[in-house]
Design a protein around this ligand. Structure first.
Ligand code: NAP
Length: 241
């Protein structure tokens, strides 16, 4: 039996596609989300239809007490260890920098960076002890290149890349890999209101990516085949960067 995989922000979009792909690869799934029960149940049904097993875990990754308690409970189940962690939960609150409210800054940085900390820390030592683990952080092309209107989002996603590289150094010799995926524009709720015609001109492939394309990369990184890949930031963006 493959180790359990925890996917944060797994109810919709990229996280949902990653959860389905990991379930297809044989990992029992713990599907975290913040509040959208209907979307989580739909993804649960998709995983079960694909022959996978899934447990829902509703908590806010940015809430230190709630996230830590939930993840420590998962980590305490030594019979069903979490071997794969996908830090995917994220939000965007875009505005030109002078118009950016402190709430926009905090919500984005807390979800991405505090969320990474709350969810990852309780799971790292159990992975190190078992000499096997896969941590996959969903960053963004915005964290690599920057993007206008996204000073908060780019800062958070670049911070996540720094955390990826630093943690990869710490745990590489223990069989635990830590990598970041940096998607370009992917068809999800997050990009539903992006002005499409202007953006498409900037993407060499002239299309948005599909969540399943990102999920295939995550599934590769989660597998034994990717044992020698760590500390990397892998773009998936149709040639945008
Ligand atoms: P999405 O469709 O908006 O879905 C966001 C997911 O994150 C939902 O499952 C949501 O749960 C969950 N979530 C949000 N805040 C949370 C919190 N505080 N605690 C727990 N779960 C939380 O987004 P997406 O486009 O799939 O994006 C997924 C990740 O990819 C994000 O990190 C995003 O920044 C990154 N990304 C996306 C794109 C893109 O073009 N779409 C490009 C680059 C990077 P609920 O359903 O309960 O709200």
């Amino acid at each position: 039996m493959k180790p359990r995989a925890l996917v944060t922000g797994g109810s919709r979009g990229i996280g949902a596609a990653i959860a389905v792909a990991l379930a297809r690869a044989g990992h029992p799934i713990v599907l975290n989300y913040k509040s959208n029960d209907a979307a989580a149940r739909a993804t649960q049904a998709a995983i079960e239809a694909a022959g996978g097993s899934v447990e829902l875990a509703r908590f806010d990754v940015a809430d230190a007490a709630a996230a830590t308690a939930a993840v420590e409970r998962l980590a305490a189940d030594e019979e069903h260890p979490i071997g794969v962690l996908v830090n995917n939960a994220g939000v965007a609150r875009d505005a030109a920098f002078p118009a950016l409210e402190s709430e926009d800054w905090e919500q984005v940085t807390r979800t991405t960076l505090d969320g990474f900390f709350h969810v990852t820390r309780p799971l790292v030592m159990p992975m190190v002890r078992r000499r096997w683990g896969r941590i996959i952080n969903v960053s963004s092309v915005s964290g690599v290149m920057g993007n206008r209107g996204q000073v908060n989002y780019a800062a958070a996603k670049a911070g996540l890349i720094g955390a990826t590289r630093a943690l990869a150094y710490e745990v590489a010799h223990r069989g635990v890999t830590v990598n970041a995926i940096a998607p370009g524009l992917i068809e999800t709720d997050m990009t539903a209101r992006v002005p499409r015609d202007e953006i498409l001109k900037l993407i060499p492939m002239r299309r948005f990516g599909r969540p399943e394309e990102v999920a295939a990369l995550a599934a590769y990184l989660a597998g034994d085949e990717a044992a020698y890949v760590t500390g990397q930031v892998i773009g998936i963006n149709g040639g945008l960067a």
